[in-house]
Design a protein around this ligand. Structure first.
Ligand SMILES: [Zn+2]
Length: 112
């Protein structure tokens, strides 16, 4: 396995990622998403590759906050299909085992 680099400005990149925007690479160019790996405990790891240098980065995607969980639960309680609190409408959560997970961030937002 290739060594993964850590992103220094993970927060900014995450913001761009959630917004569906192009993610700036620290080496110029932009970051392409290679994949998302859900972790135990609700966080996820995003694998990114720089379009210019081909360096690979990993970014930790934080687990669902209390507020996000509540938002999703309220929608569930109302009998509706919840979407990802970070990706917004259009990104439905899907069932993975006992969890409701966003396909794009790999984070579990509720238990079903
Ligand atoms: Zn998401």
């Amino acid at each position: 396995m290739v060594d993964m680099l850590r992103l220094d400005d993970a927060k900014r990149v995450l913001k761009q990622y959630y917004a569906g925007a192009q993610m700036d690479s620290p080496n110029g160019g932009f970051l392409m998403l290679l994949g998302i790996r859900p972790n135990e405990g609700g966080t996820a790891l995003g694998l990114l590759e720089c379009s210019v240098s081909s360096l690979r980065y990993e970014i930790e995607i934080p687990k669902a906050t209390k507020t996000e969980r509540k938002k999703v639960k309220d929608v569930l309680d109302a009998g509706d299909d919840p979407h990802c609190p970070r990706h917004g409408p259009g990104m439905r959560l899907f069932r993975a085992g006992k969890n409701l997970v966003c396909d794009s961030c790999g984070v579990a937002y509720a238990r079903v």
